[in-house]
Design a protein around this ligand. Structure first.
Ligand code: HEC
Ligand code: HEC
Ligand code: HEC
Length: 377
């Protein structure tokens, strides 16, 4: 379900850029070694490799034809980008690192970090933006005597690991400079499960994809990024503090759920929340998940209908809580069977509709709808 797509989003600023460049270059290499260089997507795209037909070779075709990541550069030349750039007094969005860091990451990588002069920022979010610079793993990654672990040691990012995957995606999908938001950039809201499921697949997931577990890892990593941003901003506005507070509220509902998961304390400041959220993300990625756990999380989250009915909690705060809560309900119910989902669908639709617009949010209506949803669970 992708109701959330347009109305619910938000993104990353300078710190994100630093994080992203760090992720893009030095990832998992010993400090003394020179960082691996990029080869660019053409080196992946020959028909014998990832540019052919059929399930084993179609990665480039899917990325190029179906995946928005191959077109993120083009976004920088559309009318909306022109407006955002004008408001920020940026002469050209396609060459400003305030935009390219996420929409055309190769723009910010120095020439010396490329193996050959073939790599173009217009590639958008390219193979190596997610998989890591290929110089050191490209020759060995087809060798049968090399294990996945060996390739990971050479810098291939282990995206099969939820914590690693979440870190790769969140670098571009959560925090954005407040000035960009003020200039009209969409707010970003990272949600690993939903975003992973809606990325056109050029792979087959290894093992069972556990949506609720991915959701939790993603939410913890999102809270960590928001906390890092908040700790750095001297004058964080409501656009930073409100989503952070809501995210903290949501994850606190899981306190004591499982002994493997550390608690997020109610009085956390941004620095404490940063550390706690990172630990939560790492542990969640490693733990055994179960349907029973999903059920318990759902129960705890839907019980909050009494809080939405509490007129003492400011409406704006309630609206931000609702925004994250509906995405959670969507993902946590996704593993249910068809009949069970069909029963919940009308309430879920209504909850999404009620949470869609922050200014029009009416907590009483939301509380009623959430209570009805809780009863049907
Ligand atoms: C932190 C990463 C990041 C930065 C920096 C960033 N963007 Fe984005 N941008 C995104 C993501 C992710 C989306 C997708 C939002 C969605 O659909 O939820 C997006 C969406 C957009 C959209 C709306 C999509 C469309 O097709 O119209 C525009 C326009 C845009 N960005 C332009 C810019 C411009 C211009 C800059 C620089 C001033 C910029 N972005 C900087 C990550 C970023
Ligand atoms: C936005 C991020 C992203 C981009 C861009 C991207 N990939 Fe992937 N790719 C993934 C994820 C996530 C997986 C699943 C990883 C897993 O489960 O091991 C994956 C899996 C793969 C796999 C399967 C690996 C395996 O062990 O099963 C191949 C091959 C691959 N990608 C090649 C490419 C190529 C070639 C490109 C560029 C044309 C590309 N990818 C671009 C995120 C990305
Ligand atoms: C280097 C930055 C970058 C990385 C890394 C990245 N993305 Fe994106 N992604 C973007 C940008 C920029 C857009 C916005 C596309 C546009 O409209 O121009 C986007 C759009 C999307 C969209 C469609 C819009 C939305 O928000 O629903 C999905 C889904 C998505 N990304 C999933 C992922 C996943 C999953 C990963 C990790 C495996 C990932 N992305 C990694 C930059 C990135």
């Amino acid at each position: 379900m992708s109701h959330a797509a347009s109305g619910m989003k938000r993104l990353l600023p300078r710190p994100a850029r630093v994080l992203l460049l760090a992720l893009l270059s030095a990832a998992s290499l010993p400090a003394a070694e020179a960082p691996a260089r990029f080869t660019g997507s053409p080196s992946c795209a020959t028909s014998m490799c990832h540019g052919g037909a059929g399930e084993l070779r179609h990665q480039t075709t899917i990325w190029h034809k179906q995946d928005i990541h191959s077109r993120t550069y083009n976004t920088l030349v559309n009318a909306r980008s022109a407006q955002i750039a004008a408001a920020l007094k940026i002469p050209d969005a396609t060459t400003s690192s305030r935009c390219t860091t996420c929409h055309a990451p190769f723009h910010d990588v120095p020439k010396s970090a490329f193996l050959a002069d073939i790599t173009k920022p217009a590639e958008g979010v390219s193979c190596e933006s997610c998989h890591g610079p290929a110089e050191k793993w490209i020759r060995s990654h087809t060798r049968p005597d090399f294990s996945h672990k060996d390739r990971v040691l050479l810098g291939l990012r282990d995206l099969n690991h939820l914590y690693v995957r979440a870190n790769s995606c969140v670098a571009c999908h959560q925090a954005v400079e407040p000035a960009l938001l003020a200039a009209g950039h969409p707010e970003l809201l990272f949600e690993l499960d939903g975003q992973a499921v809606s990325q056109p697949k050029h792979w087959r997931e290894k093992g069972d994809w556990q949506g609720p577990k991915a959701w939790l890892v993603g939410q913890a990593v999102a809270l960590r990024e928001m906390s890092a941003q908040l700790a750095k901003e001297k004058t964080p506005g409501e656009k930073l503090t409100a989503p952070w507070t809501a995210s903290l509220w949501l994850l606190q509902k899981l306190d004591g759920l499982d002994s493997a998961l550390p608690a997020i304390k109610p009085a956390s400041n941004a620095t404490q929340a940063h550390r706690a959220a990172d630990t939560l993300a790492r542990r969640a990625a490693e733990m055994e998940w179960s349907h029973e756990l999903t059920r318990q999380v759902l129960q705890r989250l839907t019980k909050t209908h009494t809080e939405f009915a509490d007129a003492k909690i400011p409406r704006a705060q309630q609206a931000r809580r609702a925004e994250r809560l509906v995405l959670a309900l969507d993902r946590l119910t996704s593993p249910l069977d068809k009949a069970a989902l069909a029963k919940l669908e009308p309430d879920l639709k209504e909850l999404f509709a009620l949470a869609q617009s922050l200014p029009d949010f009416t907590p009483e209506k939301f509380a009623k709808s959430l209570e009805s949803f809780a009863k049907k669970l």
